[in-house]
Design a protein around this ligand. Structure first.
Ligand code: FES
Length: 137
């Protein structure tokens, strides 16, 4: 299946200096993304791994936040000096960088057991049925 093998989403949301919730851009998110991109380039991983900047990922208290897909690992309080660890440990080494990982207790999500969504599927040619759960939406 075509696609990047790993994607790293770096929150770059900026609420300014005075906002009580803070924001990842004010905590160093831009420098983290720049260093990730440079590290990916330097290791010849272009087209294999992609680091992208995003708006708020909903984990503001832990910024800068890096969300790694498809493995669903979240890192918090990431600084530029952690980037080599993330690339060499997580991306290339295939191991979670535990000292930066956000635990399930720290993450603000609705548990999957409480709100399970269906898996994504492709429709067969000629299948005109409505997507599951889309009726009346
Ligand atoms: S501002 Fe970065 S997760 Fe919300």
């Amino acid at each position: 299946m075509p696609g990047y093998q790993r994607m790293l989403f770096v929150c770059l949301n900026d609420r300014g200096d005075e906002h009580p919730r803070g924001s990842c851009a004010r905590a160093g998110g831009d420098e983290v993304l720049d260093r990730l991109r440079a590290g990916i380039h330097d290791r010849g991983l272009k087209g294999v791994v992609r680091a992208v900047g995003t708006r708020c990922l909903g984990q503001c208290a832990h910024g800068p936040v890096v969300a790694c897909q498809p493995e669903e690992v979240w890192y918090g309080k990431v600084q530029a000096e952690h980037v080599d660890q993330l690339i060499d440990g997580h991306v290339l080494g295939g191991e979670v960088v535990e000292e930066l990982e956000l635990s399930e207790d720290e993450l603000l999500f609705v548990p999957r057991e409480e709100r399970a969504l269906p898996p994504i599927r492709r429709r067969a040619p000629g299948d005109d049925s409505s997507p599951q759960g889309a009726e009346g939406a």
